[in-house]
Write a protein that binds this ligand. Structure first.
Ligand code: UDP
Ligand code: UDP
Length: 450
């Protein structure tokens, strides 16, 4: 560690969708300051533990700090989402995590960057120890606007929730709200409100987005009484010191330029088995080449379904000349950079959206849960992709048919204007990331308090 530079500690919560932007931020910061990254053990998924291992091996400058969570009797929470449960447990253990950090630090911490999911517990501890606390918001500025305004909305609508009008920005329709928010008393609703009210007292909110992608939300956020909103996106992928030749990259190398549709719904399961089959048929009927990453469980360690059984007799055989289907972890940022990829059918997790934006890859948005409809709206408004907003999502009945999927895939892949607008988004994204102004601004702020 270099004592002349600030020392920042980063606390990711759980899930690859949170860990990935944290690693990217840590890697980018590690050239400019001393970085400690906290790793809460045991991780929920294997993907997270592999990622931590590879990451710490690849960035020896970053100091890993492990914190072992005490065992939990999970039978007390039979239906809880394991990632959401982990966020709750991190908040409950915040003071132990914090004391461990202070005791183990080789020299004083100038700032802590907490995951938004742990903000309500970490920020007061940082304040009482005189450490400035920043929040990494792991979604879009559009979602951040909603997140920031929701407690005010909830105050005036405590009993029933409807369309949420963000004054002077836009209305987030009821149909686009994360499902648990339909219930004002849900634990998720309460924890969102707690994190939101605390977030506004932080030293700054860091967002993995860029000005030209979300100008209206960023202007609105900065116009509100707010801590600084610091855009650092799109954060470049981390460079892992692992072997990179895989079946997927070999297969992609053999495909013509921009001919492949890439399909992924993120790091966890996203749809029913029936819908997966229908999607398979839709891809088959579309006639396009495709690379399809399927997850069949919420936590990867529980994924035991055979692909052939899932997709139905003969599917894999019928598409073998133009389709590759895998259940494994693919290096998505590499896939999206590959010249064979011409379009991306995505659930619109924010990391996936920023990766597509950075590479100028057009999207067909099929949000499935949480913040994804709010993100899909950014995709549609920015010209990065198409969003058929009548397609079903969490908690809704109704199968999107193979014919409809095939029609939309063809529409995305054949739309030259969409290709051009997506490429323009890509150019703007790459020109933003190069000078790294947002990051420099963040480091200057750390230095003020070092
Ligand atoms: N990802 C990947 N390989 C996979 C599945 C996911 O590299 O097989 C990465 C993807 O590139 C993204 C992250 O995992 O960076 C998932 O985050 P996102 O916000 O897109 O969705 P989530 O999984 O949180 O729903
Ligand atoms: N920026 C920010 N919040 C603000 C103003 C600017 O995060 O209130 C970020 C902006 O996204 C950009 C960087 O700071 O990445 C540089 O901003 P700008 O070009 O306005 O000014 P500079 O810092 O170069 O003077």
């Amino acid at each position: 560690m270099d004592p002349s530079r600030p020392h920042v500690a980063l606390l990711p919560s759980a899930g690859m969708g949170h860990l990935i932007p944290f690693s990217r931020l840590a890697a980018s910061l590690s050239d400019l300051c001393n970085v400690t990254m906290i790793s809460i053990l045991p991780t929920v998924s294997t993907a997270e533990s592999c990622h931590f291992n590879d990451f710490f091996n690849s960035y020896p400058k970053i100091h890993p700090l492990y914190f072992q969570l005490p065992p939990l009797d999970s039978s007390a929470y039979p239906n809880a989402d394991p990632f959401f449960l982990r966020w709750t447990r991190i908040r409950e253990s915040a003071s132990d995590i914090f004391s461990h950090l202070l005791k183990s630090a080789q020299f004083p911490i100038s700032a802590i960057v907490t995951d938004i999911a742990a903000a309500s517990a970490i920020l007061p501890l940082a304040k009482s120890n005189g450490i400035s606390c920043y929040v990494l918001f792991t979604s879009s500025a559009a979602m951040l606007s909603f997140f920031k305004y929701f407690p005010i909305y909830h105050d005036s609508n405590p009993v029933s929730i409807g369309n949420v009008e963000l004054p002077g920005l836009r209305t987030v329709p009821f149909a686009s709200l994360p499902r648990p928010l339909h219930d004002p008393n849900h634990l998720f609703t309460q924890s969102l409100i707690g994190n939101s009210l605390t977030m506004v007292k932080s030293a700054g909110i860091i967002v993995n987005t860029f000005e030209s992608f979300e100008p209206d939300s960023l202007a609105w956020l900065r116009g509100e009484q707010s801590p600084p909103v610091i855009t650092v996106g799109p954060l470049p992928p981390v460079k892992m010191a692992i072997s990179t030749v895989t079946t997927v990259s070999t297969w992609l190398d053999e495909q013509p330029e921009r001919s492949v549709v890439y399909i992924s719904f993120g790091s966890r399961t996203a749809m029913s088995k029936e819908q997966i089959r229908e999607l398979g048929l839709g891809l088959e009927v579309s006639g396009y080449r495709f690379l399809w990453v399927i997850k069949t469980s919420v936590v990867d360690t529980e994924d035991q379904t055979e692909l052939s059984q899932l997709l139905g007799d003969g599917f894999l055989e019928r598409v073998k000349d133009r389709g590759l289907v895998t259940k494994g972890w693919v290096e998505q940022d590499k896939v999206l950079r590959h010249k064979a990829v011409g379009g991306f059918l995505s659930h619109c997790g924010w990391n996936s959206v920023t990766e597509a934006a950075m590479n100028g890859v057009r999207l067909l948005a099929w949000p499935r849960m949480g913040d994804q409809r709010i993100n899909a709206d950014v995709v549609a408004r920015s010209g990065l992709g198409l969003w058929p907003d009548n397609w079903s999502w969490e908690g809704e009945e109704g199968l999107v048919t193979a014919a409809e999927i095939s029609h939309r895939v063809k529409e995305m892949m054949s739309d030259e204007n969409l290709l051009k607008t997506a490429q323009k988004v890509g150019e703007a994204a790459r020109s933003t990331v190069m000078p790294g102004k947002g990051l420099a601004r963040l480091v200057r702020k750390f230095e003020e308090f070092a």
